[in-house]
Design a protein around this ligand. Structure first.
Ligand code: UT7
Length: 350
């Protein structure tokens, strides 16, 4: 029993901020951002534009591209780290926006590593005869935690320059403010009788000891769970230990890929394409060097979108699909690391 990619889709909010836009509201250099991360611009969700909207729009495109109707989908697996509400997760809202009430919609919370876990679940569900057409969605609206308030000024559409206090506050959070962007990506996977196609191996890990490498400190650990003091202390903005994450990613991801290839009896040079989470281009460069893989096998789109967390791999898959770079029979290796920490890799024969 195999699994095949039937359709892909992506969707972005219309507003887009360049590095120069960010430099209006905090102390940063457009060239620094480009050189240290590879990012040149990112989209941000506008007011009233929710994660479930971005996910549902991407999903509609993926379903249409698969030649299916929403009613053909029998399982939805959604991921985000920026849900519309504290609870429930956006999976149900995405199902509702697709017009498929009653279809099971599962929320996965593996942040930037979600795709690997979603793919593992889709593989297991189809193998167990529990689903045939699985829709995977990753979507994010990080705009809600960005550390500035005047969005018009950010985009150069008027507004007011930040006070010194507001500018200093944004600068304190610049590590994450320059990295993240918003968008949604979706992939329709179909069970197939061709057992040569589909997931041939998965290697996933979690180590909660590193939760403070990137997390939002506020939550139901407070009584009540939201206070003005918490907002004043920026407890709703992620805390990120960028350097520690970087080191973990460049160490653990090559280890995972090597272990996966070994247990799957695959030589690294048999892999046609490495579709990696887009956290920072320098991370993927270091992983590439560690694995001695040529750059053309590790596509990158972070320059245009920044790090869209759970959406990066579905978005990149959609671009590759559009460019005709996903060919039947190809061996693809996915790799990702995210808050939790969760990380891993997966091998899939297209
Ligand atoms: O999706 C998963 C979650 N996130 C990640 O995987 C993030 C992984 N980490 C990273 O991408 C990088 O660590 C960052 C992009 C967050 C930071 O880059 P870095 O190369 O680790 O910078 P750094 O914190 O070591 O800072 C180097 C220098 C410092 O100046 P000095 O002390 O050398 O004079 C910083 O003050 O760069 C300065 N700097 C900046 N300058 C302009 C740090 N951030 C910025 C900035 N703009 N945004």
């Amino acid at each position: 029993m195999g699994l095949t990619i039937l359709g892909t889709g992506r969707h972005f909010p219309k507003d887009r901020a360049t590095n120069a836009d960010l430099a209006r509201v905090m102390d940063t250099e457009p060239d620094w951002i480009k050189q240290r991360t590879g990012i040149e611009a990112r989209h941000f969700a506008g007011p009233g534009e929710w994660t479930s909207d971005l996910g549902a729009e991407a999903a509609k495109k993926a379903i249409a591209r698969a030649g299916l109707q929403p009613s053909d989908i029998d399982y939805v697996i959604t991921a985000t780290m920026t849900p519309d509400h504290h609870f429930p997760g956006p999976a149900g809202m995405i199902g509702a926006k697709l017009g498929i009430p009653g279809v099971p919609c599962l929320d996965v919370r593996q942040q930037c590593a979600s795709w690997i876990f979603q793919l593992q679940l889709a593989h297991a569900l189809t193998l167990a005869g529990q689903a045939r057409n699985v829709l995977i969605v990753g979507a994010e609206a990080h705009a809600g935690f960005m550390p500035w308030e005047d969005w018009d000024y950010l985009y150069g559409r008027g507004g007011n320059p930040p006070s010194k206090e507001a500018y200093d506050r944004a600068t304190r959070h610049r590590g994450l403010a320059v990295l993240f962007g918003d968008g949604g990506g979706a992939v329709v996977l179909k069970k197939t009788d061709d057992d040569k196609r589909g997931v041939i191996g998965i290697d996933v890990h979690t180590d909660g000891r590193y939760v403070d490498f990137i997390y939002i400190r506020s939550g139901f650990n407070h009584r009540p769970y939201a206070t003005k003091e918490m907002l004043d202390d920026d407890l709703h903005i992620p805390d990120m230990r960028g350097k520690d994450l970087f080191k973990h990613a460049v160490t653990k991801l090559p280890q995972s890929v090597r272990a996966l290839c070994e247990k799957s009896n695959v030589k690294l040079d048999e892999v046609d394409l490495f579709v990696a989470h887009q956290a920072n281009d320098r991370i993927n460069g270091a992983v590439r060097d560690a694995l001695k893989v040529s750059a053309d096998k590790v596509p990158s789109n972070i320059a245009r979108y920044g790090n869209t967390s759970s959406a990066t791999i579905p978005i990149l898959l959609d671009e590759l699909n559009e460019q005709g770079r996903l060919k039947p029979g190809m061996l693809v290796c996915f790799l990702a690391l995210g808050a939790g920490l969760h990380w891993g890799s997966a091998l899939m024969r297209l």
